[in-house]
Design a protein around this ligand. Structure first.
Ligand code: MV4
Length: 510
């Protein structure tokens, strides 16, 4: 095992990695930007080195400087976390060329799977279902036109180099094909420096289900079940859960085996995630492989009892997987909510500033992954995620109840958060029934009639209580401190109540 590793990341994920490393007796090295000089992760690491200015392009993306730091301090391996350099094949290769172990897959696998068309070809070769369409990048309009006709509208144009939804275009009819193609190609060119695109049947309102895998460097692969990630807005996941209400054991095994075949065929090692979409008939289609540890990995950890970072470190140091597929067991239900610094009542505008007050009561069965303390500042430089709250319990209902309780007891002042939005989502009928898909928030939830909510008695009652408490005692202790600014956290969202509360509620709060 490594004696010392460098963490090329910041915030909650840097801390997540540092904690496991420490528990394994591994020395930890943080690198930090100007902004992060006093951040929690720099304090928790055994050593910390300044690498540049606050913008990530001048710090966390500086591959040379990070490698130079690792060499200088004697770190044998680098954990890239997620984002930043985590899925850059060139960085994995630079590590290798400098005799530093990259804690993740080899650069060849990263580059292979980074191309959506190469990944799709690999899936087809390994009998993994893909969405009908092409797997080769196309440029010739008349050919694209013919293929679109064959697969039938609506079709989806995707950038070969894309991923995460960038450079995608839905085309509803032939008349729009040519202009959509031009736009998709120029978007792909400017985003990825590569204008090649491919085309697929557009699956309307699919579920997003992903399979976690672990692969060692000796050809052994296991899957750790699925994560349901359909509750998303603009490709940002908001709530994730496992198991998915639509996945039974048979489907889980089928998708799991497909994920394992792709990963094996790619010569992949370390932790990875195979993404699928699932249509209304529960047919699943491979989309892409994420070659990193993902934000939502904790829900898999709680349901399997495994520490994915520990597994990553063991794999990267050359150990064989100690687990066989039949050793993987699943317990209970787990949900994660991403608490973000944004104003859900004002078009989800990023909310920056100093966190002047923070208090929470997690309680039994809750986990929080965060890198933020009271007094910290939320800046424009990095991701607006403040915290990942994770609930684990025997049943879905109990896990939801636990999450709602903890969210209501979570207090942040100084910035706005999406906690009221999360509570609304957890209370809506579709979430309760498990009947939601990737377009649910944008196409349904945010478009609902706002009137009903303002008539809601609970909301009105909570509003008046909040106002009177505020007048009576501004500093009434941690759980009723400044109820007006905290009202968002407090209000009782009503079941089945619709929620295009966005504008309307903003008025209520003035
Ligand atoms: C699709 C699709 C529907 N049909 N492909 C979005 C991100 C990229 N990974 C692929 N994505 C999609 N591909 C076909 N043929 C719908 C999406 C999609 C989506 C997928 C997963 C999670 C969230 C999503 C949100 C919008 C669209």
């Amino acid at each position: 095992m490594f004696k010392k590793i460098l963490i090329a990341n910041r915030g909650e994920i840097a801390i997540r990695i540092i904690t496991t490393a420490k528990e394994m007796g591994i020395q930890t090295v943080a690198v930090y930007s100007d902004f992060d000089r006093y951040s929690l992760f720099t304090k928790l690491a055994d050593e910390a080195y300044h690498i540049g200015e606050s913008p990530s392009s001048k710090s966390y993306l500086l591959a040379d400087r990070i490698i130079e730091t690792a060499k200088k301090c004697g770190a044998e391996a680098i954990h890239p976390g997620y984002g930043f350099l985590s899925e850059r094949g060139f960085f994995a290769k630079m590590c290798k060329d400098n005799g530093i172990k990259f804690i993740g897959p080899g650069h060849e696998a990263i580059d292979l799977l980074g191309s959506k068309t190469e990944a799709k070809l690999l899936a087809i070769k390994n009998e993994v279902p893909v969405v009908p369409g092409t797997e080769k990048p196309l440029t010739d309009f008349s050919l694209i036109n013919k293929i679109a006709k064959d697969i039938g509208y609506p079709v989806l144009i995707k950038a070969s180099a894309g991923g995460g939804g960038k450079g995608m275009r839905v085309v509803n009819e032939e008349a729009d094909l040519e202009s959509s193609l031009r736009t998709a190609q120029s978007e792909a060119k400017s985003s990825f420096g590569d204008d090649s695109v491919f085309i697929e049947k557009y699956i309307e309102s699919p579920r997003h289900i992903e399979i976690q895998v672990l692969a060692d460097e000796h050809g052994n692969v296991v899957h750790l079940g699925e994560r349901e990630c359909s509750m998303q807005r603009r490709h940002q996941k908001i709530i994730e859960e496992t198991p998915s209400v639509i996945i039974d054991e048979k489907l889980r095994n089928e998708m799991g085996e497909c994920a394992k075949r792709i990963v094996k065929a790619a010569g992949y090692s370390n932790a990875g995630t195979v993404e699928f979409i699932v249509d209304k008939d529960n047919k699943f289609y491979f989309l892409e492989v994420n070659t990193r540890l993902q934000v939502e990995h904790p829900i898999t950890e709680l349901r399997t009892g495994l520490d994915l970072v520990r597994e990553q470190l063991k794999i990267a140091s050359g150990e064989k997987l100690s687990l066989k597929q039949e050793d993987i067991t699943f317990t209970g239900h787990t949900i994660e909510c991403r608490i973000c610094a944004e104003d859900s009542l004002n078009n989800f505008m990023p909310s920056t500033g100093k966190i002047t007050f923070m208090n929470k009561f997690l309680g039994n069965g809750m986990r929080e992954d965060t890198g933020i303390l009271e007094g910290d500042e939320i800046s424009v430089y990095y991701d607006p995620m403040i915290s990942k709250l994770v609930a684990h319990d025997s049943t879905r209902e109990e896990a939801i109840a636990k999450m709602k309780r903890a969210l209501k007891e979570y207090r942040i002042e100084g910035i706005k958060t999406n906690i009221p939005f999360l509570l609304q989502l957890l209370d809506c009928k579709e979430f309760i029934d498990g009947n939601y898909h990737t377009q649910f928030i944008e196409k349904e939830f945010l478009k609902r009639e706002p009137e009903k909510l303002t008539e809601d008695k609970d909301t009105l009652a909570a509003l008046s209580i909040a106002a009177s408490l505020f007048k009576k005692n501004k500093s009434a202790g941690i759980f009723n401190n400044n109820h007006v600014s905290n009202f968002n956290n407090n209000h009782k969202a009503n079941n089945h109540t619709p929620s295009n509360w966005v504008k309307k509620r903003a008025e209520n709060f003035r």
